[in-house]
Design a protein around this ligand. Structure first.
Ligand code: UDP
Length: 475
């Protein structure tokens, strides 16, 4: 059997008064037609990184809504995860050549894990490339299979993509964070765009009294009488921790009391983590104002929450990014963010809300200094960012998108939306928007389109054909 991951019990009722009411109502109605449906989420690691963060909340909430959901992880040893990390990097566009033995290791692992998947489900969501090969050995049966890709695959390394592509042939649907991420020759007919979301009632995001937050950080040696910037990320070259240290050093010339915290988690499926960790340690040597923490040295969800709440600025200087949950997590606490202008980050900070998007070490340093020097303005940006997260990036919205997809895939039970809660979606980013209240709309012929932000409307107007060719389906 594949390994089950234990999740607790959760209730959708906990989100009342936090997430938009229309979304909670939509959830309840969608779930009515999916009672008892068996759902499996499969990925490669139960901790570390955004996918496990999401599943820890999604799976118990599906159960609360009356579906029967499991979370399982595939088996794999370190050499397998080195192959899949090379695939991950190649899919994000890195130079990467996979030798024959690596290709064979991927195939053998997929075949072995397919044998271990004994149960039958109505819907199977397979996350990222690591477990993607299971379907071709397992066969679909009566289940609907969805490949949920969390990474930026808009410009993949051709060899790596050429290897993975055939494994995707039989999927019923593929889900990406942004439309631009779907490779043009994707062999899956149905494409859904569903950005991730954060869980506002998880220990990482629930409101933490300031006195406790201060105690948590004081306990691990962070001085709270000095300005603090923090990046919270796996130790991964794409997250550019060394670039963050360089930007901090430049900013420190202007603000000598500045401290930097780099908080990084190690994931089961990320063997590069230790190498990057050593590099970061070497880079920060002899600077007592740089604090480096990991999940293995006791910095868990509560501490991450405290860092995101008490830092003056949160940095996420990614060079390539799928979504970057950490950005929404920080904004949810009203903390301004300086982040790489890449992947799903601009979606979270659209129209200038939340902080600054940057493209270089120099821009990153200048933005940190500007925000530290004007805390009132920084606070306003943070407040706007929090509202954007509330509208678009809280977990119930993600669940609603996924339930809608399941209903659409269940051909024998076609979805008929009752008119009073018809779900409107931004045609560019795919997010649910409140069709009654959003002011950001445009009319094309006899059709009206609503958007989550001005950026999306501008992109739509720049190329309307691209976004109107049957929504959600690449032909
Ligand atoms: N995270 C954590 N501890 C750490 C570093 C990261 O709990 O030391 C969490 C972080 O809060 C976020 C997730 O790991 O929830 C990272 O997700 P993101 O989408 O930002 O990046 P990914 O790792 O999936 O590329």
């Amino acid at each position: 059997m594949l390994k089950d991951v234990d999740v607790g019990e959760r209730s959708v009722e906990d989100y009342r008064g936090i997430a938009p009411e229309a979304i909670l109502e939509g959830l309840r109605r969608c779930a009515q037609d999916l009672q008892g449906a068996r759902v499996l989420h499969v990925n490669a690691t139960p901790y570390g990184g955004g996918v496990s963060e999401l599943l820890r909340s999604v799976v118990p909430l599906l159960n609360d809504l009356g579906l029967v959901a499991d979370w399982k992880i595939i088996h794999g040893d370190e050499s397998f995860f080195q192959v899949t990390k090379a695939i991950h990097n190649g899919l994000q566009g890195a130079e990467s050549s996979l030798v024959d033995s690596a290709l064979a290791a991927y195939r053998e692992n997929a075949e072995a894990n397919a044998r271990l998947l004994e149960e039958v489900y109505d819907f199977v969501f397979v996350h990222d490339p690591q477990p993607a090969g299971i379907l071709s050995f397992r066969g679909k049966g009566d289940s609907r299979w969805v490949w949920r890709c969390h990474i930026d695959t808009s410009n993949p390394n051709p060899d790596v993509w050429g290897f993975l592509r055939p494994y995707l042939n039989d999927y019923d649907a593929a889900v990406f964070t942004m439309r631009d991420f779907a490779p043009p020759d994707l062999p899956v007919r149905r494409v859904e765009i569903i950005p991730p979301a954060i869980d506002p009632v998880s220990p990482k995001n629930l409101p933490l009294p300031e006195s406790i937050a201060r105690q948590l950080l004081g306990w691990i040696g962070v001085r709270l009488d000095r300005p603090l910037v923090t990046q919270i990320s796996r130790f991964d070259p794409w997250k550019d921790p060394v670039g963050v240290i360089q930007a901090y050093r430049m900013a420190r010339r202007e603000i000598p009391a500045l401290q930097l915290a780099l908080v990084g988690s190690m994931a089961l499926d990320d063997p590069e983590g230790w190498e990057m960790y050593s590099k970061v340690l070497a880079e920060s040597e002899k600077d007592p104002s740089i604090h480096i923490f990991t999940n293995l040295t006791g910095v868990g969800n509560a501490e991450v929450n405290a860092f995101q709440q008490l830092s003056d600025v949160v940095v996420q200087k990614s060079l390539r990014e799928g979504f970057g949950l950490v950005v929404s997590e920080a904004l949810w606490k009203g903390t301004p963010v300086v982040a790489g202008h890449t992947g799903g980050i601009p979606l979270q900070m659209a129209d200038g809300v939340g902080g600054h998007l940057v493209k270089s070490v120099e821009e990153c340093a200048a933005s940190i200094v500007a925000l530290l020097r004007d805390p009132v303005w920084a606070g306003e940006l943070g407040t706007l960012g929090k509202e954007r997260v509330r509208q678009h990036f809280l977990l119930p919205r993600l669940l609603l998108n996924e339930l809608t997809l399941m209903l659409d895939l269940a051909e024998e039970r076609p979805i008929v939306h009752p008119p009073e809660w018809h779900v409107h979606r931004d045609p560019v980013c795919g997010m649910v928007v409140d069709g009654k209240t959003t002011a950001i709309r445009t009319t094309l012929g006899s059709n009206s389109f609503e958007f989550c932000c001005e950026d999306c409307r501008a992109r739509f107007l720049g190329d309307p054909d691209r976004y109107t060719c049957r929504r959600g389906i690449v032909q």
